[in-house]
Design a protein around this ligand. Structure first.
Ligand code: URA
Length: 234
């Protein structure tokens, strides 16, 4: 199947669609040895494409980093609300899904892919992949409560969370927490266990992958090759 050159390079992990268009315009891309300055050039698997002198390989899977906005559900289908999948406009693979869930009112890093193996590894409770969240609380977090969160708290009868890492900021009601599990509403329930409510929650990182600061809520971009490697090593 023929694909536009800019779309192909985006899916190879070269950069965003606009970065790729610029590279093409600047003569950094060749198709079968010829510099091609037209983003709309159609190519298929028989063409040899290079970018900055490197041969490109089409990704078997697609990987996006989304800054999930509030009000959108982490699902592939929903009868009422917009899903995170509906935000991804330029994907070629149809079966993309979110890797794990963020609550409807949570913002931040969500990986969208069709790579079931990677998703399984990242979500497996045995792998203990770290997830770091920024939390705004209704009241100040005391050092004593932070210690409790760091040791593990009971979030429901008999369910004790694994030790977390708490980092204070200069604002007493704003902290970062890193957890190694992914129980339902875990962060909110952990703070509830020490008598606090989370009023704003944003995921900052998952494993070694950090949310791109330039992505506004609702924006996304393909993962770079380096980021994908980081994620695989997480
Ligand atoms: N913990 C929560 O409570 N909510 C999320 O969305 C993610 C982690």
């Amino acid at each position: 199947m023929k694909t536009r050159l800019d779309k192909y390079l985006t899916h190879c992990g070269v950069g965003t669609r606009s970065q790729v268009k610029l590279l093409i315009k600047n003569g950094k891309v060749t198709v079968d040895g010829e510099i091609t300055k037209k983003s709309e050039t159609k190519i298929d698997e028989n063409n040899i494409v290079t970018c900055n002198g490197e041969i490109m390989h089409y990704n078997e899977f697609e990987y996006f980093m989304l800054n999930k906005p509030k009000g959108v559900v982490s699902a592939t289908k929903d009868n009422v609300s917009t899903t995170v999948i509906e935000l991804i406009k330029d994907c070629t693979h149809k079966d993309i899904f979110p890797v794990g869930r963020l609550d409807k009112d949570t913002e931040g890093l969500l990986i969208i892919t069709d790579d079931g193996g990677l998703a399984h590894n990242l979500l497996s409770p045995k792998k203990h992949v770290d997830k770091k969240y920024f939390c705004r609380l209704d009241y100040e977090l005391s050092r004593q409560s932070a210690k409790k969160l760091e040791c593990g708290v009971e979030i429901e009868d008999g369910v004790i969370t694994k030790p977390a890492i708490v980092e204070f900021t200069s604002i007493p009601t704003e902290v970062f927490i890193t957890i190694h599990e992914g129980k339902f509403h875990q962060v909110k329930r952990m703070f509830n266990a020490v008598g606090l409510n989370v009023t704003y929650l944003k995921r900052m990182s998952m494993g070694n992958l950090v949310l791109d600061k330039d992505l506004l809520p609702g924006e996304y971009r393909p993962l770079t090759t380096e980021e994908l490697e980081l994620l695989r090593k997480s």
